[in-house]
Design a protein around this ligand. Structure first.
Ligand code: SAH
Length: 212
């Protein structure tokens, strides 16, 4: 595929994008700004890609699925764990709009820098604040959040400190399982729903997986 519009068409045809809101966000945020320079030819293909430091930018279909389930409203305050390339942060920024706020944390300082540069190139995510550090226990300083999205695999979610950082009517989506394979879990109002089998890199840290 040669353009963001073509990628969006494919995600619509596959049923990954289901709402006008998410469609508009994907059209607004060109993935070309977030893939490594040497991989630009594949920017609009629906697969994950290495971004350095053993990490990956997720496949667009999985990102679309998570954002549809998360249902980010205008003005929402959102926490993302695992900034990576900054692509998802840019999409969240568009969905939450100028009155919203995105807080995104990554444990690899170089990736926080990379994401900051990518967002600068993209130029429109003024409502996103990026932090570097172990976000595995969440980011209490800015809690509570309307929405929380985790883009690295977690060992557990029930009883996890993240749940306490969510507003009573908030929603959270996270890959939960082993270091290699997880299921996306959607949490809201005390209920956990299993959605899609996925493969994310592990969330490493105090409330995640131990460093090997
Ligand atoms: N959302 C990203 C992809 C994330 S890949 C994007 O749109 O490109 C998973 C990321 O989780 C990696 O960048 C990795 O460094 C980060 N990560 C792993 N453990 C973490 C932790 N404890 N706190 C914050 N980020 C973590």
């Amino acid at each position: 595929m040669d353009s963001d519009a073509e990628l969006v068409q494919q995600l619509l045809a596959g049923g990954w994008i289901r709402t006008e809101r998410v469609k508009k966000a994907f059209l607004a945020v060109d993935r070309i700004f977030f893939v490594p320079e040497g991989a630009r030819i594949s920017a609009y293909e629906d697969y994950p890609m290495p971004i350095g430091y053993g990490q990956t930018i997720s496949a667009p279909s999985v990102v679309a699925f998570m954002l549809e389930e998360l249902d980010v409203q205008d003005g929402a305050k959102v926490l993302e764990l695992g900034t990576g390339s900054g692509y998802n942060a840019a999409l969240l920024s568009h969905l939450a709009g100028p009155k919203g706020k995105i807080v995104s944390v990554d444990i690899v300082p170089e990736l926080t820098e990379l994401a900051k540069n990518n967002l600068k190139k993209y130029g429109k995510a003024k409502n996103a604040s990026l932090f570097s550090g172990d976000g595995s226990c969440g980011y209490d300083e800015e809690a509570p959040y309307d929405r929380i999205i985790v883009t690295a695999g977690m060992p557990y979610i029930e009883g996890h400190p993240l749940i306490k950082q969510l507003k009573a009517d908030g929603k959270l989506i996270a890959p939960v399982g082993s270091r290699l394979h997880q299921d996306l879990i959607l949490y809201s109002r005390g209920a956990y729903k299993k959605a899609l089998p996925v493969m994310f890199v592990p969330l490493i840290g105090k409330c995640g997986f131990p460093r090997e």
